[in-house]
Design a binder for this molecule. Structure first.
Ligand SMILES: CC(=O)N[C@H]1[C@H]([C@H](O)[C@H](O)CO)O[C@](OP(=O)(O)OC[C@H]2O[C@@H](n3ccc(N)nc3=O)[C@H](O)[C@@H]2O)(C(=O)O)C[C@@H]1O
Length: 414
């Protein structure tokens, strides 16, 4: 059933529930996963999908509100009644709907499944808006044999549930089974008001197994981190190649401390791990250049790093633009590591951006990756590894995607 194109489309709102209290991991919803706050992964996918009339985060927490807005979402401040450990998603979504009468369909996207892609959301929006389904939820195919539980006093033996032990299927001979994976639940208002997220004319959307990640308990976190690096969505314009890393001196290469001797000489210190990082970058064909607002030329020449440097840089953005012109690079090919307010513009424009753990709040907000290491204590080394990992993973994921697309494979709702 196709809706008339001339009819105004029902208002489809994406809604990410992100309470402040979480049972296992403290402030889980904004904890950095591979350098990006957890809700950031799904918000980026929802906003880039371009199918939502509005994208919301429902929260009770100031810090989560800040992060949500930083990613471009609108914020619904929920009441304490639906912010308890015992509050269900459904109650929270109903509360949102009570405050937003313009919304006809809610796409509840769970931040705990961060490997979501805009292409999934576009297909789901199509199912609910054009094909007339009332609710659509995500599933994943699993090949798992189930056995009944042995309960004291009830039964002594376990029984096979979905297999014949005499004729066990090989994986390739068995289609497997569909499991709800908790990535998203789309439903029309009338259903939610009746107390259902799944009901009416229902469809499932089968997600690719590698995109199906669910962070439920603490031990899921490192696995999810590896998954997003390999299969996550990194934005509309994925990284192609990094050819230049520009690094701020005070606070990134050094920890920002300057010792002054009686005879007016300056002393700074750096971490040998960062020198290793710089050398690794150079080996991979990535130039490293340094930039500083003050005249630290003597210290830099004593360090013998072999990097082009610009000191007394009152306008870092202009310096970078000139470098780009000289070398012939686009912003996409530039990575930037900075820590101060004066770095913010460059951080925003660079194809890849990072800050040390102790960077100022404004720089942290502008950066795509927040290092665990502080300035002068291995942040360059860590950022270099992050660059290598992303380049590798993003390129291999893109290759896989191209292979799948060219094979014409299409998973979708049923
Ligand atoms: C739609 C729905 O029923 N979601 C529930 C899901 C779902 O059933 C499973 O993922 C399916 O695999 O399970 C739960 O999932 P969980 O507790 O991890 O919650 C998923 C995300 O939603 C936020 N949330 C949840 C409820 C609520 N009232 N406010 C919220 O902000 C959490 O902070 C987290 O980011 C569960 O395991 O208990 C609780 C969730 O309420």
């Amino acid at each position: 059933m196709e809706t008339d194109e001339a009819q105004p489309r029902a208002h489809l709102a994406a809604l990410v529930l992100a309470r402040g209290g979480s049972k296992g991991i403290p402030l889980k919803n904004i904890k950095l996963l591979a350098g990006v706050p957890l809700i950031g992964w799904v918000l980026r996918a929802a906003l880039d999908a371009g199918v939502f009339h509005s994208v919301w985060v429902s929260t009770d927490h100031d810090e989560i509100e800040k992060v949500a807005k930083q990613f471009g979402a609108q914020v619904h401040r929920r009441s304490p009644e639906v912010s308890q450990d015992s509050s269900t998603s459904l109650e929270t979504i109903r509360e949102f709907l009570n405050h937003h009468h313009e919304v006809d369909i809610v796409g509840n996207i769970q931040a705990t499944s961060p490997c979501l892609h805009p292409s999934d959301l576009i297909k789901v929006a199509n199912l609910i808006q054009k094909e007339g389904f009332d609710s659509v939820f995500s599933v994943v195919r699993r090949h798992q044999f189930r056995w009944s539980e042995v309960k004291k006093g009830e039964n002594k033996m376990t029984e096979p549930q979905n297999l014949n032990p005499a004729k066990r299927y090989r994986r390739q001979d068995w289609p497997g089974e569909l499991y709800e994976n908790g990535s998203f639940y789309f439903a029309k208002r009338h259903l939610i008001e009746k107390g259902y997220l799944q009901g009416g004319k229902m469809a499932y959307y089968e997600m690719r197994a590698e995109h199906s990640v669910d962070i439920d308990i603490d031990i899921d976190w490192p696995i999810a981190e590896q998954r997003v690096l390999s299969f996550g969505y990194f934005g509309k314009d994925p990284l192609k190649e990094v050819k230049l890393l520009v690094c701020s001196v005070d606070g990134c290469l050094t920890n920002g401390r300057i010792y002054v001797t009686e005879d007016h000489k300056e002393m700074v210190s750096y971490d040998y791990r960062d020198i290793v990082g710089i050398n690794l970058l150079k080996k991979r064909g990535i130039q490293v250049r340094l930039i500083s607002e003050r005249d630290c030329s003597k210290s830099l020449s004593a360090m013998q790093l072999g990097c082009v440097a610009e000191v007394n840089a009152t306008n870092k953005l202009r310096v970078l633009e000139n470098w780009q012109k000289d070398i012939g690079l686009s912003w996409k090919e530039v990575a930037y590591l900075g820590n101060e307010e004066s770095d913010v513009e460059c951080l925003k424009k660079a194809g890849m951006s990072g800050v040390p753990a102790d960077a100022c709040a404004l720089a942290q907000k502008a950066a795509g990756y927040i290092c665990k290491s502080s300035g002068g204590c291995g942040a360059i080394r860590e950022f270099a590894e992050h660059i290598f990992l992303l380049l590798e993973k993003v390129n291999s994921a893109r290759k896989q995607m191209e292979e799948v697309n060219s094979a014409g494979e299409d998973t979708g709702g049923k």
